[in-house]
Design a protein. Structure first.
Length: 448
């Protein structure tokens, strides 16, 4: 089938299916579709078989069935047999997708996919009902409001999970290591739009958390960097992409470009010329000349993997954490008659070095599994060597009093960052890497 380059509206979204769907979306005028020639008539032979079955069902099924229902079901089955992301959308489903691409939707805040035939969580979105309830990447959703998800399509699942703000939905999940299902009751809410949060971890070391890639991500990132860099600049920056399910492709490219001066960021490749795209970095007006650490995990998918792969292949950042999700395919939305549409996988995307992320993900430069903090820390007696400052009547050191005052004044500001670092071993490791890099850079190595 040939798709001509006419009337293409590029929405550029990546992801699996989010409650708010995130996928690479290209709207194509159905009038630009040409029917493929089939010299051996195999396709037409199979269509004859299909028409025979359709006729048998219409004439012999125990109850009358509307032809539209049968055709819709046949198309749905055909597309779902291809891969987890290709699907048929009824007119009402297509309308919901169009609403979601504008970033205005309510739901529970998870991205889902079908993995090994099971409805699976890709990642919860930070700050959403699912995130607050403790839903994790790779949780299996086996029931929605008591209805089994077996053989359920992604579109059907999304429809059940979404709903008006304030309404409830109960999902039955299974997690590796559990011996039974757990029912989680969630209250639907508006999915938060703000995608970038930032703070100083320590003097000179900044932290930026990108929860998903939305239309305002690039602007929010630049604002955050400006505030963090201030007058003194930064010694290093941590970019946290953990549990980031993806989002807009153009924003993933823009975030990568913010830290790259040149080079390929990502490219897509498929059977058709229209599916072959390449995105390059451009020189920046503001240069961020400091080392980067990017944190990733199994919930980092799609657009997150684009950023991690681009910065890794261009030797711009150290990737720390665990293997990412591995969502590296491109979906095209093709409108049909009567308001319906199909979502069809048309390409794969690749990192600058040519790596396909599909079903593989990004491998961190430094593997650091997350270690959950103990729910309640036990107080332990730690032997403390007596130091000069502990001796009664010791001589005051230069600036000792000033140092104490500064410490007290900064205590409330540092408290939040200290709590984060205390509970997050991956974040601590990222900070240690940045510090080590800075110290190494400052060393004066003498020649022989």
């Amino acid at each position: 089938m040939k798709l001509e380059r006419v009337n293409i509206i590029l929405y550029l979204l990546f992801g699996a299916v989010l409650v708010g769907i995130m996928a690479l979306i290209i709207y194509i005028n159905p009038g630009n579709l040409a029917v493929a020639e089939d010299n051996d008539n195999t396709t037409y032979h199979q269509l004859k078989l299909f028409s025979q079955v359709l006729d048998l069902v219409e004439r012999n099924y125990v109850e009358p069935v509307k032809p539209k229902k049968l055709i819709y079901g046949a198309i749905q089955g055909m597309l779902s047999s291809l891969d987890p992301h290709s699907a048929f959308m009824k007119p009402e489903d297509f309308k919901e997708l169009q609403v979601e691409t504008k970033g205005k939707f309510t739901g529970i805040g998870i991205e889902i996919t079908i993995k090994d035939g099971v409805l699976t969580v890709v990642s919860p979105i930070e700050g959403t009902p699912a995130f607050k309830a403790g839903i994790q990447a790779n949780d299996k959703i086996l029931k929605i409001n008591g209805k089994s998800t077996k053989n359920m399509t992604l579109i059907q699942a999304v429809k059940l999970l979404r709903g008006p703000k304030g309404t409830t939905v109960t999902i039955s999940i299974y997690r590796s290591g559990w011996n039974k299902l757990k029912d989680v009751k969630l209250v639907r809410d508006v999915i938060p739009i703000k995608s970038v949060r930032s703070k100083m971890l320590e003097n000179g070391y900044g932290y930026v958390r990108i929860t998903n890639f939305q239309s305002k991500t690039e602007g929010e990132l630049r604002k955050a960097l400006k505030e963090l860099e201030g007058k003194k600049g930064l010694k290093g920056l941590i970019i946290d992409l953990r549990n980031n399910p993806g989002g807009l492709l153009d924003q993933a490219v823009a975030v990568s470009d913010e830290f790259l001066e040149s080079g390929l960021i990502v490219y897509t490749d498929g059977r058709l010329e229209d599916s072959k795209m390449r995105f390059y970095a451009k020189p920046n007006r503001v240069h961020h000349n400091y080392p980067l650490v990017v944190l990733v995990n199994g919930g980092s998918a799609s657009a997150s993997e684009i950023v991690a792969g681009a910065l890794q292949d261009n030797k711009r950042a150290v990737i720390v954490g665990t293997q990412t999700f591995g969502k590296g395919s491109v979906q095209t939305i093709i409108p049909l008659e009567e308001g319906a549409a199909i979502r069809l996988t048309t390409a794969r995307y690749y990192t600058p070095s040519g790596r396909s992320i599909q079903a593989k993900g990004i491998t961190p430069d430094i593997e650091v599994p997350f270690i959950p903090p103990a729910e309640k820390e036990e107080k332990k007696d730690v032997f403390h060597f007596i130091k000069e400052k502990d001796l009664e009547g010791h001589l005051k050191g230069d600036g000792e009093e000033i140092s104490k005052q500064e410490s007290n004044s900064k205590k409330s500001v540092e408290n939040d960052a200290e709590k984060m670092l205390k509970k997050d071993n991956q974040l601590r490791e990222g900070l240690r890497i940045l510090k080590a890099f800075y110290i190494y850079k400052e060393l004066k190595v003498k020649g022989k």
